[in-house]
Design a binder for this molecule. Structure first.
Ligand SMILES: Nc1ncnc2c1ncn2[C@@H]1O[C@H](COP(=O)(O)OP(=O)(O)OP(=O)(O)O)[C@@H](O)[C@H]1O
Ligand SMILES: [Mg+2]
Ligand SMILES: [Zn+2]
Length: 674
């Protein structure tokens, strides 16, 4: 959905700015840019402003730090009237207001944290047209005085920052955001800009529908490509092996061993980079940093449980280049100001692809080679399930729909981790930033492996998977994945003896495979949605309905078997130097059948038509778009092009109920595509 021209490079400052082409010349954006303290536009900024000015509406998706604020600050400072900016973060509003005021652009913010008289004074000044920008926390939207002023003064633009907060399907839903649609309806003449750093197509559609913007609102998605990041995933259960892998990764990324100080001397010398390790718990941060210090690294832990001054000290030492490694929880991130982070290592997967990409994206901001390593282990799935079911700290357990959603979001990350296609491109696909996909980055572990192994035999795969699922059926609601592995291996196991499972034909049905490989296989069945977990303290496996149908041969097996050889973890790192050589991206042809399906131009066009249809149905029925169909479902449909209801059911996430309710419409769109 990226508009053409979104990827061009630095747009030089030109007289008249982006609006120069318009017949009425428009406001002087060049001068405004300089007034805001910038020399030139960053890639995409001028284009975004142009689209906003011409089409009066824009949904802009660009990564954290991409410079989205300028796309509303610049028009706000140049257009007559007062621009309203909705933002959920008071600290951020205060910062931006300070920066604007320092540049002589009048601005203020309204939030419930301010004393009443102060709010009154600011509203008074706003009513007199004193401000170019007024930042508003969405919970203030209910205040009648504010709404009254909005109706009276000229408002050229309303910017909705962090717009994904309006989406229940997104990762940071804030109910107060739902009021924004009303404000927009109240002020139909204002331009509207919605900005966010993370929004998959389904979330973007939800943003538009909840803001009451038409489905043909222009959308720009850009800047997610990070071709200098070499992304790796390694499954490693053995503690020693994990530690060796971490050590080698740090050494390779920093280009030096523990104890070796960067030449030219340590403090202040940032040229030799640093590494961040994200750990799942506070305790794990401390254990890992102790271990690294013992190995001679200059390492510190960082987490929200530490005293303020102690945290600040770690952050300061990190900034000054006095640390090789910071081992942190996800509390570490805000305000990371070093561009030379050479590696980001995750000791366990975070909750979503969004979270992962944001965290790993802290590596290589300087554009030089950098490494991302995500470590996974068999316990991740049940552990995350428990965390999700426990909810956010308060006593009330989260609603089942919330659990389901979070679980699915996590499974997207696990699907991604399972691999099968270029990791970099897979993330861009997830965000809907297809235009920037590289056709294989050439440096991730999957790209490196893809050429290596070949021989795929669909029938053999089907047989193996069906055997694996039959083991799950027998273990169903009794034991965990390990018991299923023992059953398939035909291994001695007291539980199998006791329950008589040793006497079933499934016992030893896949004895030719080793336990680690079988576990990987079963995990792939989990991410495929065929196997699930239930139970709190001691999760047991469940064969899902789809899983049962796959086992019976009623549904096709579409799964990539785990690689025979050990995965990338053994040889992912070049022995010397940093992230290493990059094979030419263009030399990487897609191997049909091996990769997660990549939509060609025709399929993409159909996907977009299906999206438009989803928006229509959603607004007709008054439901959010994700209720109609997920992005994954629409992608599947665009590829499979089903002609009948039965074929519809082959698409991910389309069951009989959905087929009954929405099937006819979907089939019609697909038939219309020829
Ligand atoms: N054209 C430019 N030239 C130089 N610096 C810029 C330019 N545009 C933006 N910046 C700087 O880039 C930084 C990030 O910008 P901004 O806060 O707008 O990012 P963002 O896209 O809103 O990110 P987030 O998703 O985190 O909110 C700011 O420090 C800003 O001053
Ligand atoms: Mg921002
Ligand atoms: Zn790749």
């Amino acid at each position: 959905m990226t508009s053409p021209g979104a990827h061009e490079h630095d747009v030089p400052l030109r007289p008249g700015g982006p609006a120069a082409a318009r017949p009425d010349a428009g406001p002087d954006f060049a001068a405004a840019l300089q007034r805001l303290g910038y020399q030139s536009f960053r890639p995409g900024q001028a284009e975004a402003i142009e689209v906003l000015m011409q089409r009066r509406r824009l949904l802009l998706v660009a990564p954290t730090g991409g410079g989205k604020s300028l796309t509303f600050q610049l028009p706000a400072s140049a257009l007559p009237g007062t621009t309203i900016v909705l933002s959920p973060l008071i600290a951020l509003m205060a910062d931006q207001v300070r920066a604007l005021e320092a540049r002589g652009v009048t601005a203020t913010f309204l939030a419930s944290t301010l004393p009443g008289p102060e709010i009154g004074a600011r509203l008074g000044a706003m009513a007199r047209g004193h401000y170019k920008l007024v930042y508003v926390a969405p919970e203030r939207l209910g205040a009648p005085a504010f709404r009254e002023i909005c109706r009276k003064i000229p408002i050229p633009l309303i910017a909705v920052d962090e717009a994904h907060c309006i989406s229940e399907w997104g990762h940071d839903f804030r109910p107060e955001y739902l009021q924004i649609g009303e404000l927009l309806a109240d002020l139909p003449r204002a331009r509207v800009l919605a900005c966010t750093a993370t929004a998959t197509p389904v979330v973007r559609d939800e943003i538009l529908s909840r803001l009451g913007l038409p489905p043909d609102t222009p959308q720009i998605v850009r800047g997610f490509a990070r071709p200098n990041l070499a992304l790796h995933v390694a499954e490693e259960e053995d503690r020693r092996a994990r530690e060796r892998l971490i050590d080698r990764t740090i050494e390779a990324a920093l280009g030096r061993g523990p104890g070796a100080r960067p030449s030219g001397h340590a403090a202040g010398d940032m040229s030799h980079g640093t590494a961040i390790i994200y750990a799942p718990t506070r305790k794990a941060t401390e254990q890992e940093s102790v271990r690294l210090v013992a190995r001679g690294w200059r390492a510190e832990a960082y987490h929200a449980g530490m005293e303020g001054p102690q945290r600040e000290q770690v952050q300061a030492r990190f900034s000054r280049g006095e640390l090789d490694v910071v081992v942190a929880t996800n509390a570490f991130g805000m305000g990371i100001d070093r561009a030379d982070v050479r590696a980001v290592i995750h000791l366990a997967p975070p909750g979503s692809i969004e979270a992962y990409y944001q965290e790993v994206g802290r590596a290589g901001r300087d554009g030089l080679d950098a490494l991302g390593l995500l470590l996974i282990a068999p316990g991740d799935l049940p552990l995350r399930r428990r965390l999700i079911e426990r909810g956010g700290g308060d006593d009330s357990p989260p609603a089942p729909a919330v659990v389901e959603h979070k679980w699915n979001t996590f499974l997207e990350l696990m699907r991604w981790a399972e691999g099968g296609s270029c990791r970099h491109d897979a993330i861009l696909r997830y965000f809907g930033d297809e235009g920037e996909a590289l056709g294989g980055c050439g440096r991730c572990d999957v790209c490196r492996q893809l050429s290596a192994d070949a021989d795929d035999d669909p029938e053999a795969t089907t047989l193996i998977v069906r055997k694996a699922l039959s083991a799950i059926a027998r273990i169903h609601r009794r034991f965990g994945l390990q018991a299923a592995v023992s059953l398939l291996r035909g291994a001695a196991d007291e539980r199998l003896e006791r329950t008589g499972l040793v006497h079933t034909p499934t016992f030893g049905a896949l004895r030719e495979h080793d336990a680690a490989w079988l576990l990987r296989l079963l995990r792939r069945c989990v991410v495929a949605g065929w196997v699930d977990f239930t139970g709190d303290d001691r999760p047991v496996v469940v064969l899902t309905d789809i899983g049962r149908r796959v086992m019976r041969g009623e549904l096709p097996v579409r799964l990539l078997l785990p690689p025979r050889v050990r995965p990338a973890s053994r040889d992912m790192l070049p022995g010397t130097g940093s992230a290493g050589h990059v094979p030419k991206a263009s030399s990487r042809a897609h191997e049909p059948g091996r990769e997660e399906p990549v939509l060609d131009a025709a399929a993409l066009a159909l996907f977009e038509r299906l999206r438009a249809h989803r928006m229509q149905v959603a607004s007709r029925d008054g439901v959010p778009p994700y209720v109609v169909a997920s992005d994954r479902s629409l992608r599947d449909l665009a590829l499979l092009r089903p002609r009948t209801r039965d074929q519809l059911l082959l698409a991910h996430g389309i069951g009989p109920a959905k087929a009954d309710k929405y099937g006819a419409g979907l089939l019609e769109v697909i038939a219309g595509a020829g």
